[in-house]
Ligand binder design. Structure first.
Ligand SMILES: [Zn+2]
Ligand SMILES: [Zn+2]
Length: 274
């Protein structure tokens, strides 16, 4: 190879490399966050939904729990929802989640005591005074806002869904998505609800339907092979199809909750959280 040719091919490679770096920089950190989630097991949106919640909770418990606006917001919402309360125990020890939660719990119990009128007047209660006390309902005043972590993750959920649609036709992303288990059906239906007219929605629908078909075939083979007369054994892929179907049909544990309706709520039923 002539020295000039060598230089020319080197500069071409450098240019390609530069173009690649620039393309990656344009896609940004959130693209790679999504791509990493796609390459992991199960629905990538559920993965990010859980991860975003834990990240926000960690920051709240470790960095912001002493800030007045954060504490006021948490007192107003009467703390966290059931799911995010239990997620506190999953935070790393280094963030001292027990200390953060103790501060929050103390604030909430003080609020409850105040609303319950416990020892407000400093007088010792007699049995008679307990029964003659003016009755007031606590419920309307105790919870006056939504769990702040739920609010945060709901906003990002919509952002991740849009990003998934936008990146879907991109070569590298499409390859990874094709090899993955895909998004769960609740997240797919949310995408339909919010982005039905998006240019790439039909592509997602096509991919989703193919994934559903492949999974159903595996489940059918698994069921057929339960017959002892069947000549073939269940493959490892077929054996885990049931577990995959649970996530495909209903999302990761905790992300969509139950359908128990203890009170009328505009958030239930359905998959949309808004
Ligand atoms: Zn999901
Ligand atoms: Zn929550």
């Amino acid at each position: 190879m002539q020295p000039f040719q060598c230089f020319s091919s080197l500069s071409k490679k450098l240019l390609e490399c530069y173009a690649q770096v620039m393309a990656q920089a344009r896609r940004g950190r959130s693209y790679f966050k999504l791509l990493d989630a796609v390459n992991e097991s199960g629905c990538p949106i559920c993965t990010l939904f859980i991860r975003d919640g834990l990240g926000y909770l960690d920051m709240m418990m470790y960095e912001r729990i002493m800030d007045v606006p954060t504490r006021m917001e948490l007192i107003q919402s009467f703390g966290l929802c059931n799911w995010h309360t239990w997620q506190v125990s999953k935070l790393p020890e280094i963030s001292s989640p027990n200390v953060g939660f103790a501060i929050l719990a103390s604030d909430l119990l003080r609020k409850f005591e105040r609303l319950a009128g416990a020892g407000q007047d400093g007088k010792k209660r007699t049995l008679k005074s307990v029964f003659t006390k003016k009755k007031r309902k606590i419920r309307p005043k105790i919870k006056q806002g939504t769990c702040p972590v739920c609010r945060h993750v709901s906003q990002f959920e919509s952002y991740h869904l849009r990003q998934l649609l936008e990146q879907l036709p991109e070569e590298e992303f499409f390859r990874s998505y094709g090899a993955s288990q895909g998004i769960c059906l609740p997240h797919f239906l949310m995408t339909e609800e919010h982005f039905f007219n998006h240019t790439n929605f039909q592509l997602l629908l096509e991919v989703q339907a193919n994934k559903a078909k492949t999974l159903r075939n595996k489940l059918d083979r698994f069921v057929e092979k339960q017959d002892y007369r069947h000549p073939e054994k269940v493959t490892p892929d077929e054996a885990k199809a049931g577990r995959i179907a649970m996530e495909f049909l209903n999302g990761k544990p905790g992300t969509f909750g139950s359908e128990i309706q203890r009170e009328p709520s505009r958030n239930r039923p359905g998959y949309s959280r808004r």
